[in-house]
Each structure stands twice: as structure tokens, then as C-alpha cells.
Design a protein around this ligand. Structure first.
Ligand code: ZN
Ligand code: ZN
Length: 328
């Protein structure tokens, strides 16, 4: 596979004005201060009991899945999997909030941030901060989840420890100053747990009212917990598998790979080498066969006028070409 050289990914949140180039014009030199390294984080005093408790609970409840199976539960699970995984995490948290790959109305931004919150991967503040730091230090010291520290570490164990090393406010102000200033995002941060309790209760209530306790329990276990755990592992595969296995279209400074299996289960995010080469580009599939279902949702939103200035190009020439194609 031939590779082309791409300049290193952006390292900081971008300004609201869309740059000409999907590599972003905001390229800050690598910070000496990379924050806590994996080694500094791995200590008992830094264990995040909330994260460990939350993730353990979700995995334990999934053990009840075989006993609470219904076809309705499975369909609701799959629908919510796409809704929270693709629209919430891939589109909302990742391409919109982290990388500002498009512009939109304030209410649309909050809507997608809320859907992302329902995926149970942490509040927008924590998720976006960790992911921006991942891009700034990919597979180097300071990367929150590099497979260089072990495959299982990059997949899930990194979540057992705070990424901020105790100074959360400082960490957020350093990595997500734009979101931290936003009262709506701070509200979502506080509402993380209540929103899940309300959503779980609503799922149970709908099933119970429709058909009784059996369906209520099925919707709760499948629609909430089976869905949470499978979306979590799909996202985690991007951090682990897509930094270990697959092919590369671009010679980036990290170990990112394009992995088709991860692209399927994680709604297009498995084209991760493409993404590391052009982080702001909202279109993650760069070759014709690299199907990206989240990109299809973005195209639909653009067609309806709900998002605009979508970064679907690598450079100014490609920007013009894409614009002409759409206008034709
Ligand atoms: Zn990565
Ligand atoms: Zn990213």
C-alpha cells in the first residue's frame, strides 16, 4: 500500500473559523507539558472509583442478558446502539465537539452532546479532553491510551485511572477551554448519572406499560446495559485495535491504522489512520471502499441545512472540487 506523507495532526481545539485545510491551520508545537503520563497515572490514589464502579455495573448487568432476551429488546438495543454510538459519540462528541469538523446551531450542538452523554462514555468535557490529548501525544508520552502501554491498557484499563491526575479543573481548562466555558456542557457534566438513571427508568416504564414486567426488564437490560457495553467496546477498539492492526494510507507520526472490522462496529471510526492524518476532516473514509456510515448521517444533516461548513476535504483544491460536485 503506497503511503503519502501527511503533516502531524492538530494538537489543540480549533477556532470557530473554518481553516482552508483539513489539517487545521492551528498547529501548536508539541507542548512540553504533556500532563500525567501512563506511569504517573497508574497508582492506587489515582483510581477513579466512579469509572470503575460504572463500568463494572454495566458489565455485570449484561450477565442477565440471556435470561431477559426478547426480540423487541434486541431491536431497541440495535436502534439505540446506532443512535448513541454513531450519532452521539462519532458525530457529536468526536467529529463535532472534539474536532469542530462542521458548524451548526447551538441547539443542535447540545442535542448531539446529550445523545453522546447517553452512550455512557463520560461527559462531553472528559471525553473531548482525553481525546484531544490523545491526538496531541498519540503513541507518545502523555497519550491517555496508547497500546505501547499494553493492548488491554489501551482498550479499557486506562479508564480505571483519572487522566487528570487529581487536578480535573486545570486539566479541562487546558484541553477543552471552549467547552469548559460553555454552561450547557458543564450542566451535562453534572447530569451524567441522573440522565442515565432517567433513561433506564424510561426504558423500563415503556416496556412495562406496553406488556408488563418481562418486557420492561428486557428493555432495561438490552436497551440500556447490553447497548452500553457493546458501544463501549466498539469505541475502545478504536483506541486499541486501530492503533495496532490494519493498513495505513498516510505516514503519520503515530501507529494509527485503518481497520475495516473496527470501521463496521464503530460506525466509520475504524478508518483511524485517515483520521489521524486529517483530524478535522469529518469524512473518515478516504478511499471509495472505506465506507463510513457516520459520514452518511453528516451528509444528510448538511442536506437539511442543520450543519454547514463541513470539513470534507484535505486541502484547498479538494475543497473547491467537493464544493463544485455538490453544486452540480
Ligand atoms: Zn488514535
Ligand atoms: Zn479524533
Amino acid at each position: 500500500m503506497s503511503t503519502v506523507t501527511a503533516t502531524p495532526p492538530e494538537t489543540r481545539p480549533v477556532k470557530s473559523t473554518a481553516p482552508l485545510d483539513a489539517n487545521s491551520t492551528v498547529k501548536e508545537s508539541k507542548q512540553k507539558d504533556v500532563g500525567p503520563t501512563a506511569e504517573e497515572r497508574r497508582r492506587w490514589g489515582n483510581v477513579s472509583m466512579w469509572a470503575v464502579g460504572w463500568l463494572a455495573l454495566a458489565h455485570i448487568v449484561v450477565l442477565a442478558a440471556p435470561f431477559t432476551f426478547t426480540w423487541t429488546g434486541l431491536i431497541v438495543m440495535l436502534g439505540l446502539h446506532w443512535f448513541t454510538g454513531s450519532l452521539g459519540i462519532c458525530l457529536g462528541y468526536h467529529r463535532l465537539l472534539t474536532h469542530t469538523g462542521m458548524k451548526t446551531y447551538g441547539w443542535v450542538r447540545y442535542l448531539f452532546a446529550t445523545i453522546g452523554t447517553l452512550a455512557g462514555e463520560g461527559s462531553p468535557l472528559d471525553w473531548v479532553a482525553d481525546h484531544r490529548k490523545h491526538h496531541a501525544c498519540s503513541d507518545q508520552e502523555g497519550d491517555p491510551h496508547s497500546p505501547n502501554e499494553g493492548g488491554i491498557w489501551s482498550h479499557m484499563f486506562w479508564l480505571a485511572f483519572h487522566t487528570h491526575n487529581g487536578e480535573r479543573k486545570e486539566y479541562l481548562q487546558r484541553w477543552v477551554p471552549d467547552l469548559y466555558k460553555d454552561r450547557g456542557m458543564r450542566v451535562l457534566d453534572v447530569l451524567f448519572l441522573p440522565i442515565h438513571i432517567a433513561f433506564g427508568a424510561a426504558l423500563f416504564a415503556v416496556g412495562y406499560l406496553a406488556s408488563g414486567v418481562e418486557l420492561g426488564t428486557s428493555l432495561l437490560v438490552w436497551g440500556m446495559f447490553v447497548r452500553l457495553v457493546t458501544v463501549l467496546h466498539a469505541t475502545w477498539l478504536v483506541n486499541s485495535a486501530s492503533h495496532m492492526w490494519g493498513y495505513r494510507n498516510y505516514e503519520t507520526t503515530d501507529d494509527s491504522r485503518n481497520n475495516w472490522l473496527v470501521a463496521i462496529v464503530a460506525y466509520g471510526e475504524g478508518w483511524h489512520n485517515n483520521h489521524h492524518a486529517y483530524p478535522r476532516m469529518a469524512k473518515h473514509g478516504h478511499k471509495w471502499w472505506e465506507f463510513d456510515i457516520t459520514w452518511q448521517a453528516i451528509r444528510l444533516l448538511r442536506a437539511t441545512g442543520l450543519v454547514w461548513d463541513v470539513v470534507d476535504y484535505r486541502n484547498a483544491a479538494e475543497k473547491q472540487e467537493n464544493f463544485a460536485k455538490r453544486a452540480a
